[in-house]
Design a protein around this ligand. Structure first.
Ligand SMILES: Nc1nc2c(ncn2[C@@H]2O[C@H](COP(=O)(O)OP(=O)(O)OP(=O)(O)O)[C@@H](O)[C@H]2O)c(=O)[nH]1
Length: 887
């Protein structure tokens, strides 16, 4: 298929040409018509004008002849008068001459009554008639002419204005001779030129027509228009040549017309009298028939122009329509071509090739058009394929019956639409095609679409459907599918097995029969609810088999939603009868265990390997849900907080490592400090190796702890004096040494013994001995700091622990103070007893010795003090400058 050529200047010119062709033709035609008509009109006008001039000229000639005649007759009249005058010897007079039916009447019409005058040889007027003459005319030019000229010819003057009457007159005069031929006078006749023009009626002038006599000499003119006589002394005219069919004529043109009527004038020269006879008919009447013809011509040409314009307009409209149709056809072709090119299909246009036989049978088809996609399928370019026969292009189309299909479509006129598989294409591959054959004029249009991918995917879908059906059938779950109205459309074999309902029975709405009547209403309500909420449904229901067996199933249904519309449901049915029994048994077991656990005073919990609480008893709940929060599902750190978790974490790690352990935990989260004994017991998985969590047993032992401490304290107190006894002392000594070793402070230990206590016992008895021991301890307590630990090891032996002493001298000074204090007598209920005390004093600061060794060291120093005479102290070993003391 071709691509449209871009617009060029040639196409623009062509478009312009198309645009102006008809209007230009119309203008040219109209111009031609009008030019021809106007030319014809002008010709006719010229011709009519010529005719008018000819007519006027003819009239002018008639006027000239008439005037000439009258003038000649007048001349003859003077000649006759002369003759008779001279015959009568000068006696003839004008009355005689002009009497009716007289001489004058024989020459001139009597109605003219021309002025006549008879002048004698002296120039005196001797007779006159019909006009006024001056009495003396001797100086008149005519008189002088005749007086001095013996010629017998008449003198005819050019028209002159008679001074008295102001009338224009032609003067005809003749010399009169006496019997001897002498000058005897002059006869003169005056003729008013108006006389000639007044007679114009005979000239057949049109109304408004004019006749004129103009003097060639002085331009004086007399004219007559209808009944009006016009005399002018300045007619300004020019002669013009007027052309006609048979030659040219002289036309008179008045420079200053004497009225508003335009006329066509003709003229005739009267050379003898220097006169010009002029006749003119009104232009309007002369040209009337021409004007009529001209109007007809113009009307005709106007009508013709209208017809032409109408015709051309129709032609333009038709041309436009034609162009528009052509454009639409060409656009449609372009669109068709573009659609074919852009089509996903292969497009072929085939023309039938018919045999030149009687039946005109179709032998083959010629490929007359195709798109690039179609050409590619044939393994060539569109240009290569176009114009070729199918037999030549692809013989397989014949052998595989395609040509027959094309023929059938063309002959029946019914389109054909089908899918087929081919293996004879140039690429050598198998294809699936869908083609559509549509009849066109003397051929067919074939669109072919490659549907191989669709076919393959359909096959794949069928396979996967088969696979899915097989999988469904072997699925341990019963499966069902329903349409949007809840009508069952599919169940698998497991469904049949679990519910006891065959597939044929289950389809439609009968699948609900599988459900126990007692559960059916609940299920139906749930399904109705589900259509609204669209949330998946899950419940445990009972199915009743035909034999009455009850099967417990887990029924799950979910809606299939596409574009927010439910188009169906899928459901699974799981036989949980056995599971349910196990679960019930498990629940019973769990319930028993829970009852036991809840009846225990101790807190019991189970924490999994992710340190998440999975179980706890009521005691635990009471303890940990004080804030109203639940610990189940929560991690230990979330539950106890970061601080306590950092304390518990090492124990948790050990438990999860498989160690069973017991530890005490002090809890001050409440108002009182409480002590718990916590036991962690790891839970080993079934593999016997992996720790999957640990059990917690937590017991409040605050009361026991207090009792124990009380007992401990009691065990460390000397019953006689209330001081710390030996056990307490040794514990304290150990603790103090540990603290001193930690913080580096100096500490001191005194070992003292009452000197010669035995004699007191012996002398005053044991009770006084006991009293002395109590008094001694009281005095000792008063002597020492409250922070010092004073203990009675037994008998009369006392020890003192002094912690955090700044200098050893402080301790030695105190030892000396004690020795001194004990020298004062004791009043024991009236019994005055005097004793003394010896002290061994030793120091400790992070040395590597045990408490027993330190005590022994003090004992040795006590021994030295005893040895040194008692009532004194010994300090050592020398720890610093204060070494070697003596009381
Ligand atoms: N009253 C009384 N006497 C006791 C008690 N325990 C021990 N004794 C006596 O205290 C005496 C201790 O004597 P010793 O320290 O051995 O001797 P001493 O007489 O003090 O002599 P020196 O210590 O060497 O000065 C013994 O006679 C014991 O019987 C007691 O709880 N009460």
């Amino acid at each position: 298929m071709n691509t449209p050529a871009p617009p060029t200047s040639r196409s623009t010119i062509r478009r312009l040409y198309r645009l102006i062709l008809l209007p230009a033709f119309a203008v040219a035609l109209l111009a031609g018509m009008w030019a021809a008509v106007l030319y014809q009109v002008e010709q006719e006008r010229v011709s009519a004008h010529y005719e008018a001039v000819l007519h006027s000229q003819s009239l002018a000639r008639t006027l000239a002849e008439h005037t000439n005649h009258l003038l000649r007759q007048s001349d003859h009249a003077t000649q006759l008068f002369k003759l008779k005058f001279e015959e009568t010897g000068g006696k003839l007079r004008l009355t005689e001459f002009s009497r009716p039916n007289g001489l004058l009447d024989s020459l001139l019409p009597s109605k003219l009554d021309l002025p006549l005058a008879l002048v004698d040889a002296d120039g005196r007027l001797i007779d006159s008639r019909s006009g006024y003459f001056a009495p003396q005319l001797g100086q008149q030019p005519f008189f002088l002419h005749h007086a001095h000229n013996s010629s017998d010819t008449a003198l005819i003057t050019t028209p002159i204005v008679e001074p008295r009457t102001k009338k224009w007159q032609i003067q005809i005069s003749r010399r009169l001779n006496g019997h001897d031929g002498q000058f005897a006078g002059v006869v003169v006749m005056m003729i008013d030129p108006a006389t000639f023009v007044e007679d114009y009626d005979r000239l057949n002038l049109d109304p408004g027509g004019s006749v004129m006599l103009i003097s060639r000499e002085n331009g004086i003119a007399t004219a007559r228009v209808d009944e009006q006589l016009i005399i002018s002394d300045a007619i300004d005219f020019t002669a013009a040549q007027s052309g006609g069919r048979i030659g040219t004529l002289d036309e008179m043109l008045l420079a200053r017309p004497f009225d508003a009527v335009e006329r066509i004038y003709g003229y005739a020269e009267m050379p003898r009298y220097l006169l010009l006879a002029v006749a003119g008919n009104p232009l309007q009447t002369e040209m009337a028939s021409f004007e009529l013809r001209r109007e007809r011509y113009l009307v005709a040409v106007s009508l013709a122009s209208l017809v032409v314009l109408l015709f051309v307009g129709l032609l333009i409209q038709q041309a436009r329509r034609l162009r528009r149709s052509t454009l639409m056809v060409s656009e449609a072709q372009e669109m068709l071509r573009a659609a074919a090119d852009a089509s996903m299909d292969c497009v072929y246009l085939l023309k039938a090739c018919r045999l030149r036989s009687a039946d005109n049978a179709i032998a083959d088809f010629t490929l007359v058009g195709l798109n690039d996609r179609g050409a590619a399928l044939l393994g060539m370019t569109a240009d290569q394929a176009r114009g070729k026969r199918l037999q030549e292009l692809m013989p397989e189309l014949h052998t595989h019956g395609f040509i027959e299909k094309y023929k059938t479509v063309l002959q029946t006129g019914h389109p054909l639409d089908e899918e087929f598989e081919v293996d004879f294409l140039p690429s050598g591959e198998h294809y699936w095609f869908h083609h559509q054959i549509v009849p066109i004029k003397e051929g067919v249009a074939v669109t072919t679409r490659d549907i191989t991918p669709r076919k393959k995917s359909e096959l794949a879908i069928r396979k996967s459907q088969a696979e899915l059906a097989a999988v469904n059938d072997v699925s341990p779950l019963g499966l069902m599918r329903a349409d949007a109205h809840g009508q069952c459309t599919y169940v698998n074999r497991t469904f049949e097995f679990v519910t006891g309902l065959m597939r044929s029975e289950a389809l439609g709405e009968n699948w609900l029969r599988a459900i126990h009547p007692g559960d059916r209403a609940n299920l139906q309500n749930a399904l109705k609810q589900m259509a609204v909420t669209r949330l998946p449904y899950q419940d445990t229901l009972r199915c009743v088999h035909p034999d009455g067996t009850i099967v417990w199933v887990m029924f799950k249904i979910a809606a299939m939603i596409v574009d927010k519309q439910i188009y169906g449901y899928v459901g699974t049915v799981d036989d949980i009868t056995h599971v349910r029994k196990s679960v019930m048994a498990l629940r019973e077991s769990e319930a028993r265990l829970r009852t036991i656990a809840d009846s225990l005073p101790a807190m019991v919990a189970y924490i999994d390997s992710e340190e998440i609480f999975r179980f706890h008893n009521i005691a635990y709940e009471r303890e940990f849900n004080r804030t109203g929060t639940s610990v189940l599902g929560k991690s230990v750190v979330e539950t106890v907080g970061e601080a306590r978790y950092s304390y518990l974490s090492p124990y948790i790690k050990r438990a999860l490592a498989g160690e069973t352990l017991t530890f005490e935990e002090e809890d001050n989260s409440d108002t009182t400090l409480r002590t718990f004994e916590v036991v962690y017991i790891p839970q080993i998985d079934e593999d016997g190796d992996t720790v999957i969590g640990f059990h917690v047993m937590r017991q409040d032992i605050t009361a026991q702890k207090r009792e124990k401490q009380r007992l401990l304290r009691l065990s460390q107190i000397d019953a006689l004096t209330g001081l710390t006894n030996r056990a307490g002392f040794l514990q304290k000594l150990s603790d103090s040494m540990h603290a001193s070793a930690q913080n580096g402070h100096l500490m001191a230990v005194m070992y003292m013994d009452i000197d010669r206590f035995k004699p007191v016992n012996d002398t005053y008895g044991h009770s006084i001995g006991d009293a002395l021991l109590r008094a001694f301890s009281t005095r000792l307590t008063h002597t020492m700091r409250a922070s010092d630990t004073i203990a009675r090891l037994g008998g009369d032996e006392f020890t003192i622990i002094m912690e955090r002493i700044n200098r050893s001298e402080d301790a030695t000074a105190l030892a000396a103070k004690i020795v001194t204090a004990m020298q004062a007598p004791f009043d024991l209920d009236g019994t005055i007893v005097s004793i003394s005390a010896s002290i061994g004093l030793t120091f400790y600061r992070n040395e590597d010795i045990t408490p027993a060794e330190l005590l022994h060291q003090a004992d040795l120093l006590l021994y030295q003090a005893k040895q040194n005479g008692r009532n004194t102290f010994r300090a050592g070993p020398p720890h610093d400058a204060a070494s070697g003391y003596a009381a």
